[in-house]
Write a protein that binds this ligand. Structure first.
Ligand code: AMP
Length: 216
């Protein structure tokens, strides 16, 4: 299965991506995670991305598209892939289409996670992320067993700089101005699937899997 997740920040893309990638046995490719890993290691790519990420802006296409092209060139994609956080504008969607056309392996689905806007701020402001494995928790909805410690790898949980309220506002604006238009892009190609991203993590995963399985 070759598919992408689309939805505003806070829709639960990262959390769902982990479950869906495991279910379909495909690599989970998150551009946000790749940027954060580079940032942590202090690479030139990480340093370049930082100022954009801190402001809630998109990292320039030139940088992001090259990074994705390199990643999609690796040899672990026989089973497909799940892209999370890419594409984030129509130009990126076009570039992805070009990359996949060249490989004669087009995208099969764009799964849109739809969520009430009032719910989003709540979800993002309470989110805590593992510094080590990037797993997301929530102060109210998904607490870790030990406060501040990741259940999966015992890494330290922290609040992402871009999960602070002023930045959240800008990320939501960026989503509606730049990212939301890709929904029509995929609707026109007849591969858009929209599900309600409300309820428990498990309920949403089941809904997503059922919708994706109905494709084949
Ligand atoms: P995420 O973890 O997906 O919320 O991404 C965190 C931040 O990384 C975003 O707010 C952007 O600054 C940057 N980023 C992630 N994916 C992309 C992308 N496809 N294009 C541009 N910037 C991105």
């Amino acid at each position: 299965m070759r598919f992408i997740l689309v939805g505003p920040p806070g829709a639960g893309k990262g959390t769902q991506a982990v479950n869906l990638a495991a279910h379909f046995s495909v690599p989970h490719i998150s551009t946000g995670d790749i940027f954060r890993a580079n940032l942590k290691e202090g690479t030139p790519l990480g340093l370049e991305a930082k100022s954009f990420m801190d402001r809630g802006e998109l990292v320039p296409d030139q940088v992001t598209n090259k990074m994705v092209k390199d990643r999609l060139g690796k040899g672990d994609l026989d089973n497909g892939f799940l892209l999370d956080g890419f594409p984030r504008n129509v130009r990126q969607a076009e570039v992805l289409e070009e990359i996949l056309d060249e490989k004669k392996s087009p995208l099969e689905a764009a799964l849109e996670l739809s969520v009430d806007s009032a719910e989003i701020i709540n979800r993002l402001a309470g989110r805590r992320t593992c510094r080590n494995c990037q797993r997301a928790f929530h102060l109210m909805y998904e607490r870790s067993k030990v406060d501040g410690v990741c259940d999966s790898c015992a890494g330290e949980l922290y609040q992402r700089d871009d999960d602070k309220e002023e930045v959240i506002k800008r990320r939501l604006e960026v989503y509606s101005e730049q990212t939301a238009p890709i929904i029509d892009f995929y609707r026109e190609r007849n591969i858009l699937i929209t599900i309600a991203a409300m309820g428990s993590v498990e309920e949403i995963s089941e809904r997503a899997i059922a919708a994706l399985m109905a494709l084949s």
